[in-house]
Design a protein around this ligand. Sequence first.
Ligand code: GCO
Ligand code: CA
Length: 263
Amino acid sequence: MSLELFDLKGKIALVTGSTHGLGMSMAMGLGKAGATLVVNGNSSQQKIDKAIKEYGREGIKAFGYKFNVTDEVQVIEAIDKIQKEVGPIDILVNNAGIIKRTPLEEMEVADFRQVIDIDLVSPFIVSKHVVKSMIVRKQGKIINICSMMSELGRDSVGAYAAAKGGLKMLTKNMATEWAKHNIQTNGIGPGYFATSQTAPIRVGGHPFNDFIINRTPAAKWGDPDELMGAAIFLASKASDFVNGHILYVDGGILATIGKPSNE
Ligand code: GCO
Ligand code: CA
């Protein structure tokens, strides 16, 4: 009975960057809770088709749309098509993002701008165009995928931290402007998860692997499936009075200063 609060049957969810990684895990969660998925990627149609099959194997209805989230013209065209072909978007997850690991003093300005463009400007562009029909329909859920780097710095990820810190505040501003239309905007801040994005700093005996296990009270990397619950909560009726909140799913990292590595 109380599970009805989390039921997403009849809802349409657009998850950007949902062909792999955390985007795919969160989309799987929404799909398993009953939502129809709109899968997005920008690298190849083949990757999208492969993802659609993976969702299908889980019994999830999914439609694929290839577009570049940083290109406003493409975004407008895609959203228009999605709303005509699949239906009005009830849930938007702004997940597409990149990271570049370069010390700030060595980073090219163009690379810095690209990270800001994909990780911060694109959630604005996609939301701007999805929210219009949410405002008319007086309902909607927007979830921005933030990061530990929305709160903390780390060597070599300055552009990413600037973007994710900005995305946290963009989330609060979206909530400020759109809550009156019964649209809930919130963020999810994943801690350190075992994905392809973290593979370069996690596998092959990289010292960062031990560091993260030591730094995380739960003493492990997150399993991508452990993000599903947060996504379902923030996409469902269960969170209808939750606005501008960043839900960190981090095994306790932000709760603690950490401990010496020999303990
Ligand atoms: C890094 C990581 C980030 C984190 C994540 C933490 O280099 O610090 O790879 O991508 O995994 O964003 O929330
Ligand atoms: Ca899995």
